[in-house]
Design a binder for this molecule. Structure first.
Ligand SMILES: [Zn+2]
Ligand SMILES: [Zn+2]
Ligand SMILES: [Zn+2]
Length: 290
């Protein structure tokens, strides 16, 4: 895949660092919801009502788009991907997708993604584990017709790496469910303002992610907020998520994969410990760094 600055079609413009230099690395949270978007149809809870009144409080399924002069990568391809690129004003010229695991909210956008960039020079590289590959093959047979493949698979697992020059993405295990290892993302960023280490783990169990030694002393831990407070099936709850981040001595914590909390996140935010943020769709991850 050819990668060049010309692929960096960033309609909204580029961030400037404090010295005034252009910083071409951008990490955009396309979606920050759990398995379903917020608001939920027909629901009048405080969270859904607040998100109808304020578009910035609406949430779509998980996705993080990383742009660098050396290429780009989309982490997870949820079913809202088409609208997410349109909303952010980013051309959907995705050069590779890395999938954390096989659940619907992380893979169902692949078909749209393959058609969003019609002049793509070759099949879309999809980095994923074997269970996810089987799931994609079963769901999107039309993308894999012999001789017309729109997808090509690349193995992804804990310790695997995608190198985008100033951004390096490494897999780690989050113990989300037993049916397939969920391989979240440790992101090393070199930028004008200095290097940063960020963990991005939308779906986690209650156990510490591993390998622990790779995840200690992070600048930012972006973790699983499917359930507010206590754990639920396959997810740690926000209390345990923050505890895990603190155990790993992360300097800052941000909650994503936000579930149907039924409370306005603005109200919840006031009750969170200092240094814990709640992500919103469209957030610039580098702006969440301490
Ligand atoms: Zn609701
Ligand atoms: Zn999941
Ligand atoms: Zn999920």
């Amino acid at each position: 895949m050819v990668s060049s600055a010309s692929h960096l079609l960033l309609i909204k413009g580029r961030a400037a660092d404090t010295t005034g230099a252009v910083d071409d690395v951008r990490l955009t949270l396309l979606g920050t919801s759990h398995a379903w978007p917020i608001p939920e149809p027909g629901c009048g809870c405080d969270q859904c009502s607040a998100s109808r009144d304020d578009a910035k409080k609406r949430r779509t399924r998980s996705g993080l788009f990383i742009q660098t002069p050396a290429g780009n990568a989309l982490l997870d391809a949820g079913p809202d991907v088409w609208q997410q690129f349109e909303r952010e004003g980013i051309a959907p010229q995705v050069e590779r997708v890395v999938i954390s695991h096989h659940h619907d909210d992380h893979v169902l956008g692949l078909r749209d993604l393959c058609y969003a960039w019609r002049e793509r020079p070759g099949p879309l590289p999809v980095h994923c584990g074997p269970v996810t590959e089987r799931r994609i093959r079963a769901t999107f047979g039309g993308l894999l017709r012999e001789g017309r493949e729109l997808i090509t698979f690349v193995p992804w697992h804990a310790g695997a790496v995608v190198d985008l020059g100033p951004v390096r993405i490494e897999g780690f295990e989050t113990h989300h469910r037993d049916d397939e290892p969920t391989t979240a993302f440790l992101i090393h960023v070199e930028r004008a303002g200095g290097a940063a280490r960020i963990a991005y783990a939308t779906d986690m169990g209650t156990a510490l992610p591993s390998p622990r030694e790779r995840l200690e002393d992070l600048d930012l831990f972006i973790g699983d907020g499917t359930y507010l407070g206590a754990p639920g099936f396959g997810h740690p709850g926000t209390d345990r998520c923050v505890e895990i981040a603190r155990t790993l001595r992360a300097q800052a914590v941000a909650i994503t994969h936000v579930g149907h909390w039924r409370a306005d996140p603005d109200t919840v935010r006031q009750a969170l410990p200092v240094g814990v943020a709640i992500c919103r769709d469209g957030d610039d991850v580098l702006a969440l760094l301490p």
